[in-house]
Design a protein. Sequence first.
Length: 168
Amino acid sequence: MTLTDIDKVRYRRRLNHVFIGSGLALAALSLLFSQLLIALFPDPSGSHFHWNALGVLVAAAIVGMGLSHYRHHSYLTEVLYVWELKRSLNKITRKMRKIEAAAKLGNINALQALQFSYAGSRQLWLLDDNIIIMDELAVKQAELDVLAEKFNVTLDIADYEESMLSEF
């Protein structure tokens, strides 16, 4: 994955539209399917919990399939990019201890993965206005720069590939 600059305002507006639209669709479809199931299969005891639960599950599946189907629509470009960025960063985070240990030993793939992680996290946090721990990230970036200089490695986020994580 390559990092791409995106318009923060447009991203936030479209993300809100996707969340609100998904929530409204989930609520409406849940009610529709639940009421339909209750009407088709009434329970004499008056308990319709299982039909309500099934209605919510069916609605969630339909909303999920709809999002999956339209994920490459131009309206969702920024939203999809951020979802993919979060997925990529999560893959690195799951292996962070091993990556950090290898980076201290001069492993180039580990250094590249950390560079991508820090740059991606910085972009993500700026997009989401989550700048609380940005100072901590700057410290980690400075430590990474020292390691890169120590091992004479030039770090470029464009050189990062997810396949680099397979060795950790």
